[in-house]
Ligand binder design. Sequence first.
Ligand code: ZN
Length: 402
Amino acid sequence: MTALYLRARVMTCNGPAPDPLGLVDDGAVLTDGAQVVWVGAAADADAACRALDVVPAERVDLGGRLVTPGLVDCHTHAIFAGDRAAEFAMRARGEGYLEIARAGGGIAATLGPTRGASDATLERLTVDRLMAARATGTTTIEVKSGYDLTVAGELRLLRVIARAGAHAPLAVVPTLLCHVVPPERRADRDDYLHELVTALVPAVAADRLATSVDVYCDDGAFTRDETARILVAARDHGLAVRAHVGQFTDQGAAELAAGLGARSVDHLEQVSAAGIAALAAAGTVAVMLPGACVQLRLPPPPVAALRAAGVPLAVATDLNPGSSYTTSLPLQMWLATTHLAMTVEEAWLGVTRIAARALGLADRGVLAPGARADLVVWNAEHPAAVPYQYGASLVERVITAA
Ligand SMILES: [Zn+2]
């Protein structure tokens, strides 16, 4: 159904410098329900409709509110069962993430509940999280597997992610995540790697269960060489590559991932100047995950150096039961602009256009003709209001492409 949204402060997130947010103060957006058809000044809307031979079925007065593209959460672990509230309490008392992980907590503590949950339970838990994300403005969300870690179990998680996506009114992008070597395979680590590259990755590609493969390269996860083996296998099977890089230690994975043409590298609390230069040269997106950074009391990633090198910056929730149990991108925008010293403009582009780029999606994250008709109307006028009033829900309505 065609709809013309009028009296809107339109933020296209598609403007050229020096106004990358592309603000149109008294603006209008015309959609056909599936795609944006036209964006411009409200004064030009009727002429545009005539020129396009469109009579809008609906004319919606937005009362001067801010209208933006639907938000894109490009990094989540939204499929899991159980929680790790006890670990949160331990960290609040001062215990470290890696010490807790070595004592049997961390990712391994989520494997049992997730492996033991039925498909129906996992689907319900995931859909609940997707709906919570949508309520804060998210209209496209990436969901990684990674809390089963067996070949059959990871394929199951990806199938459940697809079903959850089919039952929730937002777009879901599944990713295969090679998260860690599971405890029961540490003794035959090399055989496990062999299974990942010869069975799991090919099966994911053959059944089109994910468009990209992500590897967690860090102390306690995969080594740089192991990461290279998995990512090369992914690329050989036509899958895009991403990596969790430098959260705790710099393993040189930013250079590795950039060299393989990675869509993104995520975390980056620890990255060398050479790593940053490699990301810039490859055009790889750096995904900032400020919630996990703050919660684990890590030093902030080098945003100023990434910016100076021209590395595109995205911002995501890292929704997961261990280090960032949240579905809210506006909350991450607050952390990005305060703790990580990103600008308001960078935070907005990081949850819209640049986040879409991290997922390889050119049809969203902006309000422009041909983009998906995913819009958020905010109870705000100034773009800064959304991170500024942190913790408040300023979402007036979320419109997703039909
Ligand atoms: Zn993550």
